[in-house]
Design a protein around this ligand. Structure first.
Ligand code: NCD
Length: 312
């Protein structure tokens, strides 16, 4: 098992199945605090810095709420590229040294893949990767695992479909790598130009996991137990016309939902644009708002673990 106290959470590849199941257990124990049925000040005296160089709603606010609901405090920089000394030419490493000496834990999001790793290497303070460009989003993947376990009771034996922009979507990179440890079948549904990067799919192949890649959403949906929809990541395209070409490539419809299993669960890390129309929200299989809510217990658990408030 990894030692969680002081650990940077940068990639889902850092964790074994036992590590992940331990995080799930701690997250579950946070449910009474997440739903405010009980109060806790287990993070009293601890301070979080959240540094966001890219837009965020759920990730930043759920990390900050999790910290504060457990009695911790928060200093926060949104639009950090403009508002911090990075705009004067300071390096991310120098920023890490300084911020790391002020606080007990840092959450950071940045548009450049690998940047959060570089930042984390310059400070002993634990850093949560809240998204590094098209790289990874490991805490989201843990929320996704928690949601699947909560809704389906198990992960082993499921067929999990990931649909949309699998090239630039960091949540699916982290989730696919996390699912290495489970006996799942993965179905990647994406246009050729937006398919899952070879580094991720080859890694899965090496684990002997069955993977199917297709462009045909209508054909694939009927076989799925979990459908993970994603947004086409407009900000990653250098050419706006190229984005327009794929913007509406897959849209879930009531007709498609009729072809799906009765006990399918539909997930999405959100924000959704047109890939899930609002008509689907009232379908009992739509679980994306519950998924977003699960961000609180899972991030409470991670904050308690990396700050050492919970130790084995
Ligand atoms: C995702 C992200 O930022 O990668 N959002 C999130 O954190 N829940 C997904 C996205 O922006 O498409």
């Amino acid at each position: 098992m990894v030692q969680f106290k002081g650990l940077d959470i940068l990639s889902t590849k850092q964790f074994s199945r036992d590590d992940l199941m331990y995080v799930m257990k701690i997250a579950k124990s946070m449910e009474p605090f997440a739903s405010c049925k009980k109060q806790s000040d287990m993070l009293k005296g601890k301070m979080l810095a959240s540094l966001f160089f890219e837009p965020s709603t759920r990730t930043r606010l759920s990390i900050e709420c999790s910290m504060q609901r457990l009695g911790g405090r928060v200093v926060s920089m949104a639009e950090a590229a403009q508002s911090s000394s990075i705009s004067k030419g300071e390096s991310l490493q120098d920023m890490a040294r300084i911020v790391g000496s002020y606080v007990d834990v840092i959450a950071m999001r940045h548009p450049v893949e690998g940047s959060v790793h570089a930042f984390a290497s310059a400070t002993p303070t634990p850093v949560l990767n809240a998204g590094d460009g098209p790289g990874e989003h490991p805490t989201q993947a843990m929320i996704d695992l928690y949601t699947i376990l909560k809704e389906k009771g198990t992960v082993d034996g499921l067929t999990v479909g990931m649909c949309g922009d699998l090239r630039y979507g960091r949540t699916v990179h982290s989730l696919a790598s996390l699912l290495y440890h489970f006996k799942v079948k993965l179905v990647f549904i994406a246009p050729q130009e937006l398919k899952m990067p070879a580094a991720v799919s080859q890694g899965l192949g090496l684990q002997g996991l069955p993977i199917e890649e297709t462009t045909d959403f209508g054909d694939a949906i009927g076989g799925l137990d979990v459908l993970y929809m994603t947004r086409v990541q407009r900000e990653r395209f250098t050419n706006q016309q190229e984005y327009e070409k794929f913007a509406r490539v897959y849209e879930l419809s009531e007709k498609l939902m009729q072809k799906a299993k009765k006990d399918l669960i539909v997930m999405h890390p959100l924000p959704r644009i047109t890939e899930i129309p609002t008509e689907i929200d009232t379908d009992p299989r739509a679980k994306y708002f519950e998924q977003a809510r699960n961000g609180i217990p899972v991030r409470m658990g991670l904050l308690a673990l990396v700050t050492g408030a919970i130790t084995k």
